[in-house]
Design a protein around this ligand. Structure first.
Ligand code: NAP
Length: 253
C-alpha cells in the first residue's frame, strides 16, 4: 500500500470554504482524495468548487448549517445517494464569542456549545456507519490550544475544545481498530475568524511575545498535518491531539 497518498479516499470536511477548512480541502484534494465540503454560504461553495475543479480535483460542496439538527439530517439524507462509505471525516466547524465569563447569556453559551461540541459529537455519530465500511478510516477534530490551557478566549470556547480532546480519546478507544481518531490544536492561525482581533497591534504584539516561532500560523500548515493524520503513513496513530502552535504551549520562562 502507498503510504504518502490519499488516492482512492473519500473525505467529508466541515467548514470547508474559508480558513483552516479550506486549506484542509485543498491539501486532501492535492493528495488525491475525493471530497465533499460543507459550509453555509452557497456563493463561497460555488467559487471553491469552480477553483478546484479547474485544477482537476474531484471536489463538491454542500450547503448546510451544521449548528442545526435538521440541516445535519439533510446532509446525511444526501450522502447515501452518492457514497456507500467514506474514509475521512474532518470536524472543522467552530465559532467563538469572546467575553468575560459573567457576561455570557444562556443563548450565547448554548450557541458555542452546540456549534463546536454537540455538532462534532453528532457528526462523528452520523458518520460512524460510513466510516466503519472503510478499510482505513480516520477522523480529525479541529480543536485548539484553548482546550489545553487558558488563552483568554472566553471560558465556553475553551470548554468545548477541551471536551473535543476528550471525545477524541474516547472514540479512539471505542472505535479502534476500524477508525483512528485524532485532534489538532492550533494556536493563532491567519483566517477570517481571527482577522479583526489580530489587526489590534497591541493584541498582536502580546501574541508574538508568547510565540517562539514569531509569526502567525498559515492555514496550510494545519492542512498538511490534517492530511498526514489521514494517510496510511499514520496508520498506528490514534487518540492524540497534535499541537500546531509554533512553540506557544511549551513556552515557559
Ligand atoms: N483561526 C485560528 O486562529 C484558530 C485557532 C485555533 C483553533 N481554530 C479552530 O479551527 C476551526 C476553523 O477555524 P477558522 O479560523 O478556519 O474559521 P473561519 O475562518 O471562520 O472559517 C469557518 C468555516 O466554517 C464554515 N462554517 C462556520 N459555521 C458553520 C456552520 N454552522 N455550518 C457549516 N459551516 C460553517 C464557514 O463557512 P460559512 O460561513 O459559509 O458557513 C467557513 O468555511 C474552528 O474549529 C476553530 O475553533 C482556529
Amino acid at each position: 500500500m502507498e503510504k504518502w497518498t490519499l488516492k482512492n479516499k473519500r473525505a467529508l470536511v466541515t467548514g470547508g470554504t474559508k480558513g483552516i477548512g479550506k486549506s484542509i480541502v485543498e491539501e486532501l484534494a492535492l493528495l488525491g482524495a475525493e471530497i465533499i465540503f460543507i459550509a453555509r454560504n452557497s456563493e463561497d461553495i460555488k467559487s471553491l468548487e469552480i477553483l478546484l475543479s479547474e485544477k482537476g480535483y474531484n471536489v463538491k460542496g454542500f450547503s448546510a448549517d451544521l449548528g442545526i439538527k435538521e440541516e445535519r439530517k439533510k446532509l446525511f439524507d444526501y450522502l447515501p445517494l452518492i457514497w456507500d462509505k467514506f474514509d475521512i471525516l474532518i470536524n472543522n466547524v467552530g465559532t467563538n464569542i469572546r467575553k468575560k465569563t459573567t457576561e455570557y447569556t444562556e443563548d450565547e453559551f448554548e450557541k458555542i456549545m452546540h456549534t463546536n461540541l454537540f455538532n462534532t459529537f453528532e457528526m462523528c455519530k452520523l458518520s460512524y456507519d460510513f466510516l466503519k465500511n472503510s478499510r482505513d478510516a480516520s477522523i480529525v477534530n479541529i480543536s485548539s490550544v484553548s482546550g489545553l490551557i487558558n488563552t483568554s478566549t472566553g471560558s465556553p470556547y475553551g470548554m468545548t475544545k477541551a471536551a473535543i480532546n476528550q471525545l477524541t480519546k474516547n472514540l479512539a478507544v471505542e472505535w479502534a481498530p476500524a477508525i483512528r481518531v485524532n485532534a489538532i490544536a492550533p494556536w493563532y492561525t491567519d483566517t477570517p475568524l481571527v482577522e479583526k482581533l489580530l489587526k489590534d497591534k497591541k493584541y498582536y504584539d502580546r501574541v508574538m511575545m508568547r510565540t517562539p516561532m514569531k509569526r502567525i500560523c498559515k492555514p496550510e500548515e494545519i492542512g498538511t498535518v490534517a492530511a498526514f493524520l489521514c494517510m496510511p503513513a499514520a496508520s498506528y496513530l490514534t487518540g492524540q491531539c497534535v499541537t500546531v502552535d509554533g512553540g506557544f504551549s511549551v513556552y515557559g520562562f
